[in-house]
Design a protein around this ligand. Structure first.
Ligand code: SF4
Length: 99
């Protein structure tokens, strides 16, 4: 998963737009709604079920906050991007996302 915030445009996106883009990228790259991950049928490295549940909650909380007009900080965006990359790598090790 590659998450970047640099734009070729001269203007930097507002933080809410950047967070919204990040949430879309996370939803595209990570199987947040795949029910088979929550069935515990695998030999696991880490716990994909708990990681996905955690990330889904984070994404849904931010989607709700943005809908309320909240402005995330750059730290919020950076933190969520970092967490998402770590979770993606964990899912990759479990064969749940493409390498
Ligand atoms: S480690 Fe997590 S995902 Fe794997 S079987 Fe246990 S509870 Fe399920």
């Amino acid at each position: 998963m590659s998450v970047t915030f640099t734009s070729r445009n001269k203007m930097k996106p507002k933080t809410a737009e950047a967070m919204s883009q990040l949430l879309c990228e996370i939803r595209k790259a990570l199987p947040l709604d795949r029910s088979d991950i929550l069935l515990c049928r695998r030999v696991c490295i880490g716990c994909p079920k708990k990681l996905i549940q955690y990330l889904r909650r984070e994404v849904e909380d931010w989607e709700w906050a943005l809908a309320q007009g909240d402005q995330p900080s750059l730290g919020d965006i950076s933190s969520l991007a970092k967490t998402s990359r770590k979770i993606y790598k964990a899912l990759e090790k479990n064969g749940l996302v493409a390498s």
